[in-house]
Write a new protein. Structure first.
Length: 395
């Protein structure tokens, strides 16, 4: 029986500031760890206070507290925060590395700090776990702002060296880290992301009608889900839409460097065939994806590719680029094309749109593929990494 709980502080900044994929990861990690702790404990725990949920005691940390929006179960956890927004927080962290200043006191009396959004504070006495989502800034610098590239190129090697353990969300991210930074392989643990059980084929006509009306969806459309940014390669999808005269729905909020992306729609004269929905409520996503004829993800680089997995779980056919981690996630349930090969995209999307038999085959394969990925598994394997780091501390 564990009498001394393992105290873990998790950076949930991406979750409380709703940063798309990174935010989903942090939110689901905390949710899974809390559920894991509760299931391992025999006696009941108060719904108002989860701080004693042995064998893990979880504290949430986030920056820019004035702008944070806390969802369950983060809103019921003990919290450590800072007023600093993203840039000052990054600068403070960088200065700590260059001056040798320890930042441990910011996070309270904890055993492990888990960095989830590519920023690891400099810690002198606290053990650390670092989640590596991707190294996009190395492979596609045009997808980032110059200041962001400068920060990541300077600090990422330091973060990876400083961390006691690294969690990579795909074998692709692990390979990239090994090749670029020569990190010891035994230090990197590949733990896949998961798919929420709410992502399932939605057939309820009322839910489908509600989502179609709310987001002004046509009867037949190609769907793209994700923040609008350069690496998503949306201009290719617009080129395809212009040639095959199909409707494209882009679901996601504006990110960065978006002007050329939006200008492409006007340049091609397809304003009437492209719908930008803006941010999608989480509860609407399963019905939105289920409404789509096909989901397209032509990204140049993905650390994982969660929308592909969520579409497979909803039984929606997927055409994706064969770049980075996407073949790992999609397996043999996805049609793949090179991210710059417009002809292949036209061919595969046309097939997925018009061939009902193929769509049925992809649906069955997709449901089986999605079943391999669960957030509960991610949480359990992450907790095992925590225990390993703690064990190494006392070895």
């Amino acid at each position: 029986m564990i009498t001394q709980p393992l105290r873990v502080c998790i950076d949930v900044s991406a979750a409380v500031h709703h940063r798309a994929g990174l935010g989903r990861y942090a939110q689901e990690l905390v949710k899974g760890l809390v559920e894991l702790s509760l299931s391992d404990r025999e006696d009941a725990v108060s719904e108002q206070d989860l701080s004693d949920a042995s064998p893990l005691q979880i504290t949430a940390f986030y920056h820019q507290r004035g702008e944070a929006q806390l969802d369950p179960p983060i809103d019921r956890l003990p919290r450590r925060t800072t007023r600093l927004s993203v840039r000052p927080w990054r600068l403070t962290t960088a200065l700590a590395y260059f001056t040798g200043f320890g930042m441990d006191r910011l996070f309270g009396d904890v055993d492990i700090f888990h960095a989830t959004e590519h920023l690891l504070p400099r810690l002198k006495h606290t053990r650390s776990v670092f989640t590596l989502h991707d190294l996009i800034f190395q492979f596609d610098p045009d997808s980032h702002k110059p200041l962001n590239i400068a920060f990541l190129k300077t600090m990422m090697p330091r973060f990876l060296r400083a961390a006691d353990a690294i969690i990579a969300v795909s074998e692709c991210s692990k390979r990239d880290a090994l090749r670029l930074y020569h990190i010891p392989a035994k230090k990197i643990h590949v733990i896949y992301e998961g798919v929420d059980p709410k992502f399932t084929p939605i057939a309820d006509p009322d839910r489908l009608s509600h989502v179609r009306a709310k987001y002004h969806l046509p009867d037949r459309f190609i769907l793209h889900v994700g923040t609008i940014e350069p690496r998503k390669n949306l201009p290719l999808l617009f080129e395809v839409a212009a040639q095959i005269k199909e409707h494209v729905v882009v679901a996601g909020k504006l990110g960065w460097l978006t002007d050329p992306i939006l200008a492409k729609v006007k340049e091609l004269g397809i304003e009437d065939r492209v719908t930008f929905t803006g941010f999608i409520d989480d509860d609407d996503l399963p019905a939105l994806i289920s409404s789509a004829t096909v989901l397209a993800m032509p990204s140049k680089y993905e650390g994982f590719g969660l929308p592909v997995l969520e579409a497979l779980a909803c039984g929606t056919p997927v055409v994706a680029s064969n770049a980075a981690s996407l073949p790992e996630v999609g397996g043999d349930a996805v049609l793949f094309a090179w991210p710059e090969d417009v002809r292949s995209w036209i061919s595969l999307l046309t097939l997925a749109l018009d061939d009902a038999e193929l769509r049925g085959w992809l649906r069955e394969k997709g449901l089986r593929q999605a079943a391999k990925f669960r957030w509960e598994t991610m949480a359990r394997e992450t907790a095992e990494v925590y225990q390993q780091v703690k064990g190494n501390c006392h070895a």
